[in-house]
Design a protein around this ligand. Structure first.
Ligand code: SF4
Length: 320
């Protein structure tokens, strides 16, 4: 049976046969701490007969998430130290992160913002906080690029997104709006012509950066959603996270990069996993990541090469 709605409760995961019933109590403990959501598109993609399915691994909670390591941190990138007003991170001079929402279409089990996102955390920015964030951007002429992040900004209604874009469009020195999202892959039905129109800010260039980690996420529906964005004149880039058991072999990674390129999406970053709490079971070594990058370089087209990067608190993203 395929679910027609997003699964959020462990009992629903058991009923959908995404987890065995004997794990229910464990899953309840994880869900009490970290948000759970699996969209119908992702539920349909999971091979329930494969205990190591790379899609399930990204979204179905695992009791290992409650094993906290000493070197893990609630805010692994140190964003809080660079937040001049609520919802805004100004870490590098020419760009800011504007976190419009703290909710997502799916909740990734390895998310570096997992302590800050999900229902029960403060949700959308209030009108007052958004006005303060936009006033900050307007007052800082060095800000050339605004990155809409979250949470996932594409869970907002087209009307709300269009309103934000209009206000950004009025700030003369902002030239680029970049949208970070997982929605075109995990909930492609949301990418309607109305939503695509909402993403365009008058006089600005919008880039859409898709987060996907396994080639199977690029289903025919996801490809159609991405084509809709690209054909509306918005270039797309991709970012992926290197994850043990999902994409940590050269074939899986190469096929993912090729799938992006086939969709006209340029691979941008491959992130070394941040040290968010309860994510050790997804971690690979940096040496292994470098080995995979060498394999990508020798076996795949130049178009298929992302930059392998690590984020460290207080420092620029570093190529590994
Ligand atoms: S979509 Fe992004 S912000 Fe949301 S849970 Fe996944 S990684 Fe975290």
């Amino acid at each position: 049976m395929t679910s027609s709605r997003t699964l959020r409760r462990p009992a629903e995961l058991v009923k959908a046969r995404l987890a065995p019933s004997e794990r229910l109590a464990d899953l309840e403990r994880v869900a009490a701490r970290y948000a759970v959501a699996i969209t119908p598109a992702m539920t349909a993609l999971i091979d329930k007969t494969d205990p190591r399915d790379p899609i399930a691994r990204q979204f179905v909670p695992d009791p290992l998430e409650l094993d906290l390591q000493r070197d893990e941190a609630a805010d692994p990138l140190g964003d809080d130290a660079h937040s001049p007003v609520e919802g805004l991170v100004h870490r590098y001079p020419d760009r800011v992160l504007l976190k419009l929402v703290n909710i997502c279409a799916v909740y990734c089990r390895f998310c570096f913002r997992r302590e800050m996102i999900g229902p029960g955390k403060a949700n959308a920015l209030s009108e007052q906080a958004l006005a303060a964030a936009l006033a900050y951007i307007a007052a800082h002429r060095e800000i050339w690029e605004v990155i809409l992040s979250g949470g996932d900004p594409l869970v907002l209604s087209p009307r709300r997104l269009a309103a934000v874009m209009k206000r950004l469009g009025a700030i003369e020195h902002v030239k680029i709006v970049r949208v970070h999202t997982r929605v075109p892959a995990v909930d492609p039905a949301r990418i309607t012509p109305t939503l695509v129109r909402a993403l365009k800010a008058s006089g600005k260039t919008t880039y859409v950066v898709l987060h996907a980690n396994h080639a199977r996420e690029l289903t025919p529906a996801a490809r159609t959603a991405c084509a809709r964005i690209i054909e509306a004149g918005m270039p797309m880039l991709a970012q992926s996270v290197l994850l043990k058991g999902v994409n940590d072999d050269a074939d899986a990674l190469g096929v993912l990069m090729r799938a992006f390129v086939e969709c006209r999406i340029k691979p941008y970053y491959l992130h070394h996993l941040d040290r968010a709490p309860g994510t050790a079971h997804f971690r690979t070594t940096m040496a292994h990541g470098q080995e995979l990058m060498r394999a990508l370089r020798t076996r795949y087209s130049g178009l298929c090469q992302p930059t392998y990067v690590i984020d460290t608190p207080g420092e620029a993203k570093m190529p590994v």
